[in-house]
Design a protein around this ligand. Structure first.
Ligand SMILES: [Zn+2]
Length: 88
């Protein structure tokens, strides 16, 4: 991660439903809350955090993007990506 994400991101490890690995929510003040599932191991948590931070860096909340495009961008190693995996 070398992108300047341009805002504070607060990361919390909490229990989430098993099918949810992580979520990121924009706040009105320009900061973000990232919630990572406590069910994940450390490596998975780091991967999920990197994924969610790419949503932040890609400004996915403020662009009109098809969700599959946003997910492809977040799953790519750096933006702008080529078409990639469809993992969520
Ligand atoms: Zn995503």
């Amino acid at each position: 991660m070398t992108e300047n994400i341009g805002g504070e991101v607060f990361v919390r490890i909490i229990p989430l439903p098993m099918r949810v690995g992580a979520v990121v929510l924009p706040n009105d003040d320009g900061t973000y809350d990232v919630y990572i599932s406590s069910h994940l191991d450390q490596k998975q948590r780091e991967q999920k955090l990197a994924h969610e931070l790419r949503h932040v860096a890609g400004q996915h909340f403020y662009r009109e993007l098809d969700v599959t495009v946003a997910e492809d961008e977040a799953n790519a190693e750096k933006a702008p990506p080529r078409r990639g995996r469809k993992e969520r």
